[in-house]
Ligand binder design. Sequence first.
Ligand SMILES: *Cc1c(COP(=O)(O)O)cnc(C)c1O
Length: 218
Amino acid sequence: MSVAERLARIRADIAAEESACGRSGEVRLLAVTKRQPREAVLAAIAAGVADVGENYVQEAVAKYAELPPVRRHFIGHLQTNKAKAVAAAFDVVQSVDRPEAAAALAKAADAIGKRLTVLIQLNISPAERFGVAPADAERLAEAVRSHPALALDGVMALGPVTEDRAEIARAFSLAAMTFGRIGGTTLSIGMSGDWREAVRAGSTMLRIGTALFGPRSA
Ligand SMILES: *Cc1c(COP(=O)(O)O)cnc(C)c1O
């Protein structure tokens, strides 16, 4: 199946899940292109994808050079020593999880005259190393809002790695409640294996890799 065919099928599945919970047209799809070739990125964009995401800035630089107009999202761990490169290569940074990272990113964005849209990364899963605890999210949001070069637009989280669907749903509902307190337009939860639970919890952005592109290269 081609990327375009997979995309059409996923979009139809998302629309059906949305309508099953009384939603309609609220969920965007971010194509996660990590460890996929540039041709896959171009195929997804040609098929209508408007948002693409990468975990490593080094990988994105060549792959995302001179793309048609899309929003490029950084979804990997944000190291302060990579802030300059991240600010230059991306439009949205979804993984701000501590005040130092926000400060480094703001400084880098300022230096190139750019205003970056950012999300706060929440930790809602015991296996996840990164992300701010939901209880500390509002304090981090204040720190982010203190930087004019950053436009806070919501939260991002990775769901727990488990087959227990109820546990996934509980974690996503915690993310949704925290999003409600922070505000913004983007609740980035849900990946290939847990997007249905995410849509039911109120996700406005699904980050889909494998289901769109197939298995990643090693
Ligand atoms: C890899 C990755 C995804 C996509 O995962 P799939 O299971 O392939 O859909 C989404 N978000 C983040 C942060 C990732 O690292």
